[in-house]
Ligand binder design. Sequence first.
Ligand SMILES: [Zn+2]
Ligand SMILES: [Zn+2]
Length: 425
Amino acid sequence: MLWNRNGRKDSLTFEGVRVVDPGEGLDDVLTVTVERGLVTRLEPASGGNGKVLAPAFVDPHVHLRTPGREDEEDLASGTRAAAAGGYCAILAMPNTEPVVDSASVLGSLAERAAAEAEVPVGFLAAITRGQEGGELTDMVELAERGAAGFTDDGRPIVASGLMRRALQYGGAAGRLLAVHCEEPTLSGGGHVHEGRVSAELGFGAYPSVAESVMVERDLALARYEERPLHLLHLSARESVEALRRAQEAGVPATGEVTPHHLCLTEDAVRTLDPNVKMNPPLRAQEDRAALVEALRDGTIAAVATDHAPHARHEKEVPFEEAPFGVTGLETAFSSLHTRLVEPGVLRLGTLLERMSAGPARIWGLEPPRIAVGAPANLVLLDLEASWRVGEASFRSRSANSWLLGETLRGRVVQTVAAGKVVYAA
Ligand SMILES: [Zn+2]
Ligand SMILES: [Zn+2]
């Protein structure tokens, strides 16, 4: 279930735009008419104005920091940032203060979203009470109250027996479980990927196997319980290989990858910029290559930002003291267009699919599409536009972006979400 404020339905026309919707088999210059929030006409046009109209994006992994840390992000600022990034729907993570682990916390969040959210937002609830890895939440009740799924993101489910029961109860609640795969006695408080750069800098190291061993365990449990499972923010080649093998064996497992893991490697850490510190950490070039390949072949069906706002005073400290996490809603498309599509590594249509229908399908949301009769969930892109990422441009309350000062090519010009114009540059 998704919530947003006021259901105004707009009417507008996109004249002579290149319409790219891989799901509908569309890549043509068309004039697209939207009336009262619905796509009503697609008509052939000539020439084209250089812009691309695509199904708007879906971000299945956002930290809205609400309730509890509204100084970092709130429902209004986070969904305005999503609108500026071309998103028509986002899913928020439950590691808030308090944790979203009861029907009352979820209910009050949903009420606030219905009053404040610019873009439809759904909420994942916690797997365990307080995300403490002990007692399971009441998943059936939370699902009835509208929880989009369950996760303890930020923390792993360490005990295997608990993970097994979570899969069983998630099944009873009819909702997908999403897991942050990290074996804490292997990650051991490490700050960066265990490899060349951690050795050079002498930082505490967080090896790939800390992720992949949990990926393997969770896939084995999902297979045994015959339950679907979603793997959050994959970072390591070994994890991707395990997911691919499980899918080939018929396990209904899915995965997601962040823009930063697709664009950066451990080498970025040499800058000692706290804005390249995230969990899981940036890994080696061969890991990045495996993630890109998995996104291309569909093993990983979704790009997820893991948008994680942090207050300036918390991030502006030495690397080893800084918290994990970076923002991403407002730069996801532009960064991936610049770093992967323009150099010819990934096709535009593939990127658009993995940012929209791909994540929607994983979470059982209606995939955004450009077709007569469909609700208008549209993003207008200017692929030629260059822009410099600066703090002043952010709608997010936080500016801990790994792209500050970078010049990107390709920009979101307009976003229509649930039939309403929510962003116009
Ligand atoms: Zn996580
Ligand atoms: Zn996260």
